[in-house]
Unconditional design. Structure first.
Length: 255
């Protein structure tokens, strides 16, 4: 009873501002222009290859963002968690996380100013710079938390049994930090797939992603039914992605 009382405000909040809008969108996705039940909104998504192209393009961007941020965040989190100490660790954490406190719109405008200064213009490269910059802290934090929990005794024991640096990384550090890798990758993958602000500001003609398409369908095109259908499909797709990745990681690690 105590647990139910404690989480009741969260349940009410989610019911009002997440589940209720989601149910409304689901209902609208099956409504025609006259309010009648129809599957035309979903059929429109299937018949027009543009929608599939935008979805696949957004998946590619999300996967690239996830891979790049992982490659950057993993060694950084190792250094901060296992090597840096005292004041150096505090300074590095501040440098990595402080920009994340600034609004995403202001950060995107700042990046746009910088890329203009170095001679770049809106396009795929500028968009990917912005995406990596935006989601790097989100990838870093879970991995850093996993790195920090690795006991010194586990590393010393591996050394005693003759593990070299590569064996230590492959057999001890990576398996023990896999929960952080999975958590960070899931967050970055799912969030970046529907990103709207950064592709719109930095992508130019190459920044039309799922977020841009949903924005157009609802606010510019007036196609609320099709927009609702696309939102439902994307939401289910993201849930399946999350489940499959988490299940696979659970099979590997046993958690």
């Amino acid at each position: 009873m105590k647990i139910s009382t404690i989480i009741l405000p969260l349940i009410i909040f989610l019911a009002l501002f997440f589940y209720a809008p989601f149910i409304i969108l689901g209902y609208q996705s099956f409504q025609g222009l006259g309010g009648e039940f129809t599957l035309d909104n979903y059929l429109a998504l299937v018949r027009d290859p543009t929608y599939l192209h935008v979805i696949l393009y957004s998946i590619v961007i999300a996967v690239e963002t996830t891979v790049i941020t992982l490659l950057l965040a993993y060694p950084a989190s190792y250094y901060v968690a296992r090597i840096a100490s005292g004041q150096e660790k505090i300074i590095l954490l501040a440098l990595l996380l402080t920009p994340f406190w600034i609004d995403v719109l202001l950060r995107s405008i700042a990046i746009k100013t910088i890329i203009y200064t170095i001679g770049l213009r809106e396009g795929y490269t500028a968009m990917m710079i912005g995406m990596v910059y935006e989601y790097l802290p989100i990838m870093f934090l879970p991995i850093y938390a996993s790195m920090s929990r690795i006991s010194r005794s586990a590393i010393d024991a591996a050394r005693v049994f003759g593990a070299n640096t590569w064996d230590l990384i492959r057999r001890v550090i990576v398996p023990m930090t896999l929960p952080g890798i999975v958590a960070g990758s899931l967050l970055v993958l799912l969030m970046s797939m529907t990103e709207f602000v950064i592709p719109s500001l930095l992508g130019g003609t190459q920044g039309f992603t799922i977020g841009s398409l949903i924005y157009y369908l609802f606010l510019s095109g007036g196609l609320w039914g099709v927009g609702a259908a696309l939102t439902m499909i994307v939401t289910v797709m993201l849930m399946v992605f999350a489940f499959v990745i988490a299940k696979r990681a659970g099979d590997i690690t046993g958690w």
